[in-house]
Design a protein around this ligand. Structure first.
Ligand SMILES: [Zn+2]
Length: 391
């Protein structure tokens, strides 16, 4: 006999997000190989039981994305909730608690590979829209939920979803990567580059008769790490960075090496166009070919993930900040993070307002003994329940 039920917003059930996170953690989705389909099916079963509709998008070899939709009142452009189903491998160190047992300790901390990155965040988003569906609460606009395969290796799931036009008409993207419940409005992009220098072998006692591929590589790498990437710096992320990740060359001490390979990890910030960066690097290669006798090098792009940035004054950021502030009982921190996400694949070229917000300490992502506070999962689920109701 209540007359004001509609006035109070729905909230997730007591153990909803903990139970769903544990269910997902017990399914091994270490990538490679991924095997995300089993987790996608579990999430779909959970969603359908609560009145949500959607389907799997099979990607072959036990892999799949999941796409769900909760219909809204049409008063706002659709919102997209997005997260990935796969995790990184376990690493070689011994875990304090088994990585796929989803144990909760006496301090209310849930342990497991993916607890932070990002099955906790994924479960919180799904619980959010499932709570709305279960209680018959219509959000202001449609809410899509996209759970992707493959983010930890090559964002293959997000690419496939993008090609299927999953973002058509969508007005805002929210990704539940771990941010410690800060509101992240910018993240770095990455260009993974492989360089090969080719020289000419000679006896080590007569180096003048050869062309030293390692020496040429070190010259090239010095030029690359000193490369002027323009004056693009981001207020939250700082300047772009370059790091040499691997180098291999030569066979024995007394032969001038005729081949050297190096991999470079270049991290970009919003506003730095990767095509422009690649042109600058090609110009360096051309110049060295002209000025360094025998210099011969080629470059291969092995990974290309754009930086993501959204104006802090964007309505999505303002709404998310207000709702999150209400949940946390304090204004949330507006931040940037160094890692990239599926947003690198989904946002570029669309101008789509994009924010990241999820439970868990990002420093624990990809680490041995990955774990998250259950309370943070609950706060996140509350946030993802209320966000679609606010404008
Ligand atoms: Zn992640």
């Amino acid at each position: 006999m209540s007359t004001d039920r509609a006035a109070s917003p729905p909230l997730p059930g007591r153990d909803d997000v903990l139970d769903l996170t544990r269910e997902l953690l017990r399914i091994d989705t270490v990538n490679p190989p991924g095997n995300e389909r089993e987790a996608a099916e579990a999430a779909l079963a959970y969603a359908r039981a609560r009145g949500l509709s959607g389907d799997l998008q099979p990607l072959g070899d036990g892999r799949a994305n999941l796409h769900l939709v909760l219909r809204g009142k049409g008063e706002r452009a659709p919102l997209m909730y997005c997260g990935h189903l796969d995790t990184v491998p376990l690493g070689t160190a011994r875990w304090t608690r088994p990585p796929h047992a989803a144990e909760v300790d006496e301090d209310g901390v849930l342990w497991g590979r993916g607890a932070v990155d990002m099955k906790g965040g994924l479960a919180a988003m799904l619980v959010g829209i499932a709570t709305l569906a279960r209680t018959g609460t219509q959000p202001l606009g449609d809410v899509h939920f996209l759970a992707t395969a493959g983010e930890e290796v090559d964002c293959a799931g997000a690419r496939a979803a993008g090609q299927r036009g999953v973002l058509e008409g969508v007005g805002g993207l929210v990704i539940a990567e771990p941010t410690d419940l800060d509101l992240v409005v910018a993240h770095k992009g990455a260009l993974f580059l492989e360089f090969v220098t080719v020289g000419r072998a000679a006896h080590g006692s007569m180096p003048e008769q050869g062309v030293n591929a390692i020496t040429h590589m070190t010259t090239l790498l010095e030029r690359l790490t000193a490369l002027d990437l323009g004056s693009v710096t981001d207020p939250l992320l700082g300047a772009p960075t370059t790091s040499v990740g691997t180098i291999q060359g030569g066979s024995v001490v007394n032969i001038v090496p005729d081949r050297c390979t190096a991999q470079v990890d270049l991290r970009s910030v919003p506003g730095l166009d990767h095509a422009v960066v690649l042109k600058r690097i090609e110009a360096v290669l051309d110049e060295l070919k002209l000025t360094l006798p025998g210099f011969d090098a080629r470059m291969t792009v092995t990974g290309d993930y754009a930086a993501v940035g959204t104006d802090s004054a964007d309505p999505l950021v303002r709404t998310a900040r207000d709702v999150l502030g209400g949940v946390l009982g304090r204004p949330p921190k507006i931040a940037g993070v160094s890692y990239f996400s599926d947003g690198s694949v989904l946002q570029p070229g669309t101008g789509l307002p994009t924010v990241l917000c999820g439970p868990g300490d990002p420093n624990l992502a990809h680490q041995t003994d990955e774990r998250v506070h259950v309370e943070a999962l609950e706060r996140a689920a509350e946030f993802f329940t209320l966000l679609p109701l606010s404008g």
